[in-house]
Design a protein around this ligand. Structure first.
Ligand SMILES: Cc1cc2nc3c(=O)[nH]c(=O)nc-3n(C[C@H](O)[C@H](O)[C@H](O)COP(=O)(O)OP(=O)(O)OC[C@H]3O[C@@H](n4cnc5c(N)ncnc54)[C@H](O)[C@@H]3O)c2cc1C
Length: 430
């Protein structure tokens, strides 16, 4: 059963029936702790976020209220280690919880991903990487400050790395520069498509540390949390896109912004090491779209059964062509779930070549597949189902955006799979 009305009363929210989990804990062998965290996300998505999603989308408004609820439920700290007050979820648990949120509000799930990555990358992922003891001790102290802000104050972090050129695709060093000065850095640059702009408390900026006269190098990438209210930070441009409208992904400008040393989310060199040794870090944009694929399928089944709230109880399920389309959607959905579940389950440092190729394939399958399922849903449900009073057309528009997310766009996944399947590292035909 889908919910469409905005502004549900608390009583009505209590009465909303929960959908079955996308990944049944028994069938997918999730433990009780994982299942409980994922159930919290699913419950919040189903009972609260689903009814707010249409308004955020219509007004291209950031889901501020959802963030307050995420904070209250402990989900802003989902990937923060338990010793720092978080839920201590691993990569797989986070990914499945994010899919459940994406099922009900794509923009909330996608922006929550940017926030969670600041803790996932600085937390469990950084723990897998090489640092000498004193650097690790410094990192521990610094991340404790970020984690405290999130757990205690509900601080929201974003993750602007796109600049419009080859940097976000992983090809060259970021053009946003951090010049080392006493006690920190001076940051100058520009980030486009910066989700949560104007709404995050800290912008987790990827930039290149570059001293006077040095050449920019990807090895010198820094990951710095700039307070949104610091002098020299501004948000410009409008935001009126096709889909994912609640992400508010405007342009950020940094003009001579002083950033103190303790703003670093990762020590020097560790982001580059992560990008080389923990490639699944870039698969975290996909859970939202797995959720959208499930949502398009769920809607279709409910609609053809004549069970969508707010629509006449007209059944359409008896037509063979519609049954075939549902079968195709179910097959596609299970294919996405299977490859994606395997990829998020095996995510770790130093994956094998096969695991990396599978991660690209999982990303491609989720990003393109979600929109394929939504396209079939629109065709199969028919004209009355694509009205803006129902969620399907939003799911369709949101799902179209997945393939565009750098660095693993659908095109770049194809490029990489083809090249890396045919060539070993260092091989050429010359
Ligand atoms: C809803 C939404 C939210 C987003 N939120 C964020 C966010 O929070 N943070 C963030 O950093 N980004 C975010 N993005 C940006 C996203 O990750 C991409 O960076 C953006 O969509 C790229 O737009 P573009 O027009 O510059 O793309 P493109 O022009 O397609 O790509 C940019 C550059 O990448 C390289 N490139 C692209 N395709 C190829 C190819 N096939 N082969 C070789 N090189 C290639 C080229 O140098 C190209 O100039 C968001 C995007 C959307 C749609």
């Amino acid at each position: 059963m889908m919910t469409m009305q905005a502004g549900k009363s608390a009583k009505a929210v209590d009465e909303i029936e929960l959908d079955a989990p996308i990944f049944d804990p028994n069938a997918f062998r999730l433990n009780d702790e994982q299942a409980a965290i994922i159930a919290t996300a699913r419950g919040l998505g189903r009972t609260v976020f689903a009814s707010r999603a249409a308004a955020y989308d219509r007004d291209a408004k950031f889901p501020t209220e959802n963030y307050r609820d995420l904070h209250r439920a402990g989900l802003l700290g989902i990937a923060i280690p338990k010793k720092h007050g978080g839920l201590g979820a691993d990569y797989q648990t986070y990914a499945i919880a994010a899919a459940e949120i994406g099922r009900y509000c794509g923009a909330t799930a996608l922006t929550w991903n940017m926030h969670v990555c600041s803790t996932l990358w600085s937390g469990p992922l950084a723990d897998d990487l090489d640092m000498d003891a004193s650097i690790r001790a410094d990192h521990e102290q610094r991340r404790a400050v970020h984690y405290r802000r999130i757990i205690e104050d509900g601080a929201i972090y974003s993750q602007p790395f796109s600049e419009g050129g080859a940097a976000a695709a992983g090809g060259v060093a970021f053009g946003t520069e951090a010049k080392p000065v006493k006690g920190g850095w001076i940051v100058n640059g520009k980030k486009i498509f910066a989700s949560l702009s104007g709404h995050a408390d800290y912008y987790g900026v990827l930039c290149t540390e570059i001293a006077e006269g040095e050449k920019a190098s990807r090895r010198n990438t820094l990951y710095l949390a700039l307070p949104a209210k610091t002098a020299g930070v501004s948000v410009v441009g409008d935001w009126d896109p096709l889909g994912m409208r609640g992400t508010v992904s405007r342009t950020l400008l940094f003009k001579d912004v002083f950033v103190p040393e303790d703003a670093a989310l990762m020590p020097r060199g560790v982001y580059f090491q992560a990008a080389m040794r923990w490639p699944h870090m870039f698969l975290t944009l996909s859970p939202t779209y797995v959720g959208l694929a499930q949502a398009a399928y769920d809607f279709t089944v409910s609609y053809l059964r004549g069970e969508v709230t707010g629509t006449p109880p007209v059944k359409r399920r008896m037509y063979p062509t519609k049954q075939i389309a549902v079968a195709q959607m179910q097959i596609k959905l299970e294919q996405i779930k299977a490859i994606w579940f395997q990829a998020v389950t095996e995510a770790r440092a130093n994956p094998t070549k096969e695991q990396v190729l599978r991660a690209y394939a999982a990303q491609y399958s989720a990003m393109e597949g979600a929109n394929e399922i939504a396209t079939l849903a629109i065709r199969t449900c028919g004209g009355q189902a694509m009205l803006k009073s129902l969620p399907l057309e939003r799911i369709y528009r949101d799902s179209r955006c997945g393939s565009l997310m750098l660095p693993w766009t659908a095109e770049l996944c194809l490029d990489r799979i083809g090249r890396e399947a045919l060539y070993e590292t260092g091989e050429s035909d010359d």
